[in-house]
Design a protein around this ligand. Structure first.
Ligand SMILES: C[S@@+](CC[C@H](N)C(=O)[O-])C[C@H]1O[C@@H](n2cnc3c(N)ncnc32)[C@H](O)[C@@H]1O
Length: 254
């Protein structure tokens, strides 16, 4: 554990503590027949995170948490691997696997250094996983290494705009003011917990993804569905109806 980068060690401790708060969501997401995404449950038909035909393909979820996204991919016929930094999150994932008789490898590790050879996967995905909590200079390089040429990487994270507008104060939602500089945005720590997040401007994402060998296919800005609710305090429905609070990047390995 001492060999882990400092942000990975801190995020491991924090996510082992938070894991119990994610059990109920795991149970309902594993039970879902059709995927929904992000904090508002945006339907797959609106965002097409899994538009690739992954039947019979090799897929990896980077920061799989309780692995419901991996389960959705396995049910679509993919040969799935999930990797997560938190043993407690993976304990929930393994319990869900037993309950649903769905077996696929779940690795306890850092998505910045995945123990698989180059070109092992056709598809990689992260929903608020490595794409938020791992260092992009490392996990994007690693995703590019793991994917075969033509393979797709899809990830969903907080929007750039939301990160600019969220106050530091405990539990307060995004405002309609810019609260922090855009230039230099990268590693982000909030005063309310010990985790480390990574947020990039759109220009920085595009630059990094292209340097790592990806072509950008789409940047999808998510809108809450009509009946949306969320348990997360960092944004209101009123805000999210006016501005994107979540964004999905779809990129393809050259
Ligand atoms: C919000 S969960 C994402 C899983 C699921 N999609 C969800 O929304 O609940 C975030 C997960 O990212 C994992 N994580 C954080 N840093 C990681 C890293 N460097 N490598 C792998 N997983 C990581 C955490 O352990 C946690 O389980």
């Amino acid at each position: 554990m001492n060999e882990l980068p400092e942000h990975v060690r801190r995020n491991r401790e924090q996510w082992d503590q938070w894991a119990s708060e994610y059990v109920a969501a795991a149970e309902s997401n594993w039970a879902q027949a059709a995927p929904t995404w992000g904090i508002w449950g945006v339907p797959e038909s609106d965002v097409a995170m899994l538009s690739e035909n992954i039947d019979g393909k090799d897929a990896i979820e980077l920061g799989c948490g309780t692995a419901y996204v991996s389960a959705w991919m396995a049910r679509r016929g993919a040969r799935v691997v999930g990797i997560d930094n938190s043993a407690a999150q993976l304990a929930t994932a393994r319990r869900m696997q037993r309950q649903y008789h769905l077996d696929f490898p779940l690795l306890h590790g850092n998505a910045e250094a995945v123990p698989y050879p180059d070109g092992s996967f056709d598809f990689a995905i992260s929903e608020y996983g490595a794409c938020l909590w791992a260092d992009p200079q490392h996990w994007v390089v690693e995703a590019a290494r793991l994917l075969r040429p033509g393979g797709q990487l899809v990830f969903l994270t907080n929007s750039y705009l939301l990160t600019l507008c969220v106050p530091d104060d405990d539990g307060l939602p995004a405002t309609n003011e810019l609260r922090r500089p855009a230039f230099g945005m990268y590693r982000t720590e909030w005063p309310t917990d010990s985790a480390v997040e990574f947020h990039l401007s759109h220009g920085d994402w595009i630059g990094l993804l292209r340097r790592c060998g990806f072509e950008i296919e789409a940047l999808v800005e998510l809108r809450p569905p009509a009946t949306a609710t969320t348990r997360y305090p960092f944004v209101t429905l009123e805000w999210a109806r006016q501005w994107p609070c979540e964004e999905v990047w779809k990129v393809r390995r050259r």
